[in-house]
Design a protein around this ligand. Structure first.
Ligand SMILES: *Cc1c(COP(=O)(O)O)cnc(C)c1O
Length: 453
């Protein structure tokens, strides 16, 4: 069957040549999006939700174009995925070339160079001047699951610690690792055993310095689990879904050092923070930590599904042959896309662009905070910046205000995402291919939405 009705005119191509503008030609959703969303409601379960009520037909630079010809400013990058820009020409060309050569052999049947080259690039780019290896998978959750498998096999221990506000995915083990019940876990148990939770450093809410927050967490895991039962500690260097929580200085190094001293594998979940997003290739660099294992996905391949576990060779080699893998893991088209995206990350000034975007976002949002005390906190690094909305008197989270601001911004054609355990954070994750003009316009719209909320 054809995908769009034959009366539709030719669809625009995506990529940076799309007109870079916000333009609404209908209310959202327009008639074509509304028809597609009605089909979605009939064909796709309600559990698969959506944030923006439009059907995308093209995207690139800093915009998403919908089926009715509306052009929306993209401040979400499909959840931190299209860091190099949507339909980036280098990525699109690499995908087309690989698709014409071969689409799949299964790396576990007959290996191919692009997988090996992605592993080599990850081993070189991730923090830590020690021998590393990488294994490739399809999704962030799958990478996290495999990092835990590897840590358990290496240590011969079973317990795993994750943190308050942490998010690690939607599979059974990663649901167990994830903190927030609604919507991620509620009704989906029982969850994987031997998963424990430790208190996070959340400076805006706990007021603790990094070493004190780390001592609190370490004391809890020593008393409640014991280091000799503990295989791994997994943490997002900057939490994503949990609210862009940036731990206080000294927190992550103290946890990593405790892990090293106790033979516990320290795993950084950089699925959201990795690949230039934070103004560094990896967020671990900001905090001066060298994780034993790093899980990556999202930004790795310019929009193609790919994920990886990278880490110390001795740990990565713990598994027997055949213990790691998967039919599609390291698919050749996804690997070709990743090699193209990594080339862009390394050679097109993307990290510097993330820092510029971070400076612009921080300047605009702190100025807004100075005039509107409902913004309790502005935080983040690079193109991963958030505003936390609160009751100005009590600092109580204001989820209703947050939802109202996001809804109004979206209605005006600006894609923004919310997050946070309390649902009171708007996160800004623009593609690094966005222009300053579009970013400023997007923030003008958010500011206007806040003014009427
Ligand atoms: C999105 C995310 C995951 C899960 O990745 P999927 O590709 O959705 O499975 C895991 N960890 C973090 C930090 C994430 O942001």
């Amino acid at each position: 069957m054809t995908l769009l009705d034959s009366t539709a005119e030719a669809l625009p191509l995506g990529g940076p040549d799309l007109p870079q503008r916000r333009r609404l030609v209908t209310d959202l959703p327009g008639p074509r999006s509304a028809a597609l969303l009605a089909r979605k409601a009939d064909a796709v379960p309600a559990g698969v939700g959506h944030t923006v009520p439009v059907a995308a037909v093209a995207a690139g630079g800093g915009v998403v174009v919908d089926a009715d010809g509306n052009s929306l400013i993209d401040l979400g990058s499909g959840i931190a995925v299209t860091t190099v820009g949507n339909a980036h020409p280098t990525v699109a060309a690499a995908v087309a070339t690989q698709a014409a050569q071969f689409t799949h052999t299964c790396f576990m049947i007959s290996p191919y160079e692009s997988y090996i080259a992605v592993a080599e690039a990850l081993n070189r780019l991730t923090p830590g001047d020690f021998a590393k290896k990488s294994a490739l998978f399809n999704s962030g959750a799958e990478a996290v699951e495999n990092a835990i498998k590897i840590a358990r096999k290496h240590t011969g221990r079973q317990a795993v610690v994750a943190f308050d506000h942490g998010y690690h995915g939607r599979t059974n083990l990663t649901m167990a690792l994830t903190a927030k019940s609604m919507p991620y876990k509620s009704g989906f148990g029982p969850f994987a055993p031997e998963v424990y939770r430790a208190p996070m450093s959340y400076p805006f809410r706990d007021g603790l310095c990094g070493p004190d927050a780390a001592a609190r967490a370490i004391s809890q895991l020593e008393k409640q689990i014991g280091a000799d039962s503990l295989a791994a500690v997994i943490i997002e260097p900057i939490q994503g879904e949990g609210g862009f929580v940036v731990p206080a200085d000294g927190f992550l190094p103290a946890i990593a050092q405790w892990c090293r001293a106790n033979g516990v594998v320290f795993i950084a979940d950089e699925v959201q923070t990795g690949f230039a997003r934070t103004g560094h290739m990896f967020a671990s660099e900001i905090f001066g930590i060298e994780p034993d294992l790093i899980a990556t996905a999202k930004g790795i391949a310019g929009g193609l599904p790919l994920a990886a576990v990278t880490g110390r060779s001795d740990i990565m080699d713990a598994s027997h042959a055949g213990g790691l893998g998967g039919t599609y893991g390291g698919n050749p088209i996804a690997c070709a896309a990743a090699l193209a995206a990594i080339d862009v990350f390394e050679n097109d000034g993307v990290i510097e662009r993330a820092q510029q975007i971070g400076a612009l976002l921080t300047r605009r949002l702190t100025a807004l905070q100075a005039s509107d005390p409902r913004i309790g906190d502005v935080r983040g690094h690079g193109a991963m910046i958030a505003a936390e909305f609160v009751d100005p008197e009590t600092k109580e989270p204001d989820a209703a205000l947050t939802a109202a601001v996001a809804r109004e911004a979206i209605a005006q054609g600006v894609i923004v995402l919310t997050c946070g355990t309390y649902g009171n954070v708007i996160r800004f994750l623009p593609p690094l291919s966005i222009s300053d003009e579009l970013l400023d316009e997007g923030l003008d719209i958010v500011q206007a939405a806040l003014a009427v909320a």
